[in-house]
Design a protein around this ligand. Structure first.
Ligand code: HEM
Length: 416
């Protein structure tokens, strides 16, 4: 990693005093403002900053919502209605938080698919990638539990279906399910613990984001050509160039976010969640929010038994495996070339993988019958083939295109 020396000189006596005791200004200057950053990062690299802003937005709106929300099965549904109708600014506050969850996931998927394309998970960034995977798992759990809180029909039935799948685990399954629910069925105890954990997890995510950023700052950023930084000519200090670029990316992102909040706050949600939870009436289709559908589709795709593994347990294994496999990616793709830009065969399989994932998102809400089940099976198969077979094989057989000698050469031409 190329070094730009820090320009920090404590200007006043107070700054000097602070610098000798808690060098927080020096730290920010070295690690944020002067941090040597590849000069060729494109707008896909603004999503890290966008995600940081989204995490803050969700925490701030969530804390204020919690001041008005009542985590009790008799009151929860009406308390959310009261927030939307009676609390000052409540309509916007609630919309920002619920639309914000969707926007957060949209950003995290872009961020992850960016990493997949540009090979950002490869050495020496394996830990950075794995911490990202951990954040994704925690975010999924947080979103799932948050969705239960309004105590609508889909909240209740979603919680019932998902906690129920744990009962597929042999011997201990029923125990785990009851432990998660706090009883035999989803009820007040479930709502209470989900509220407690939904409040707690974002702060744990924030702590893991700190580790994520730390693990980023040791090797430094990857970049669109995937060639490591070789000299200080390949980098610029993070501030002001990237602070401004990130800020611009954040503002662009906030435009569709605001559009949803002001013009279509409920469009991403399910209509049946505006009916209060009723354990006697099952909705026709139980579907999670769009961002969890790819994994739900894989869970449902397994409707057959394999030897002693019944379909329910098989679904759980496949869904868990689809998340777990991400952690091993740095060791599955052994190609020496990082960026997909220089990998002619990889590109085809990558874009097919993106389409496949979008297909799974669609299938997660389609009825689990007929042709949909067959396509879901094929898509699930491709999801696993991509990681477990295609990437390892491509690493061996593909001939990559020649790489530029350095980042500055790719930006400024061979003369530099
Ligand atoms: C709350 C969620 C997250 C936040 C706030 C966050 C934040 C960031 C930031 C600020 C960066 C540097 C800027 C950039 O490259 O965009 C970054 C880089 C990175 N993140 Fe995340 N991240 C999050 C989730 C994830 C997830 C879920 C993954 C993958 C599973 C991931 C993998 C990576 C990788 C591999 C890099 C290095 C990219 C490169 O330099 O090419 N992150 N993250």
């Amino acid at each position: 990693m190329a070094e730009h020396s820090t320009s920090y000189n404590p200007g006043t006596g107070v700054e000097k005093w602070l610098d000798e005791r808690l060098p927080i200004i020096r730290f920010s200057k070295e690690h944020l403002m002067d941090f040597p950053t590849p000069k060729n990062l494109n707008y896909w690299w603004t999503f890290g900053a966008i995600l940081t802003v989204m995490l803050a937005v969700q925490i701030v709106t969530g804390v204020v919502l919690a001041m008005h929300y009542a985590p009790n099965v008799a009151l929860a549904f009406n308390s959310v209605e009261a927030i939307r109708r009676d609390v000052n600014g409540g309509r916007i506050l609630q919309a920002v938080h619920s639309v914000g969850a969707s926007m957060f996931f949209f950003a995290i998927y872009v961020h992850m698919f960016r990493g997949l394309y540009f090979g950002s998970y490869k050495a020496p960034r394996e830990i950075l990638w794995m911490l990202g995977c951990l954040i994704f798992l925690l975010l999924t759990a947080t979103a799932f539990m948050g969705y239960v809180l309004p105590w609508g029909q889909m909240s209740f039935w979603g919680a019932t279906v998902i906690t129920n799948i744990f009962s597929a685990i042999p011997i201990v399954g029923d125990g785990i399910m009851q432990w998660l629910r706090g009883g035999f069925a989803v009820d007040n105890a479930t709502l209470n613990r989900f509220f407690s954990l939904h409040y707690l997890l974002p702060f744990i995510i924030a702590a893991v984001v700190v580790l994520h950023t730390w693990a980023l700052h040791v090797p430094g950023n990857n970049n669109p050509i995937g060639v490591e930084v070789k000299s200080s000519r390949d980098t610029v200090p993070f501030h002001p160039y990237y602070t401004m670029k990130d800020l611009y990316g954040v503002v662009l992102f906030l435009i569709p976010f605001a559009w949803f909040v002001f013009f279509a706050p409920d469009i991403l949600g399910d209509a049946s969640n505006y009916i209060m939870a009723n354990s006697q009436v099952t909705p026709t289709h139980i579907v999670p929010e769009w961002y969890l559908r790819p994994f739900y589709a894989m869970l449902r795709a397994i409707d057959f038994n394999v030897l002693f593994i019944d379909s329910k347990l098989g679904g759980v294994i496949v869904m868990g495996g689809s998340l777990l496999v991400l952690f091993f990616l740095p060791w599955l793709d052994r190609s020496k070339v990082r960026s997909g830009t220089f990998r002619p065969m990889f590109k085809w399989f990558y874009w097919l993988f993106v389409l496949n994932f979008i297909g799974l998102t669609y299938l997660g809400a389609a009825p689990a019958e007929g042709i949909y089940v067959i396509i879901a099976k094929l898509c699930t198969l491709y999801y696993f083939l991509y990681f477990l077979v295609i990437l390892p094989v491509l690493s061996r057989i593909e001939t990559p295109r020649p790489l530029p000698a350095s980042i500055s050469e790719s930006v400024l031409g061979a003369a530099h």
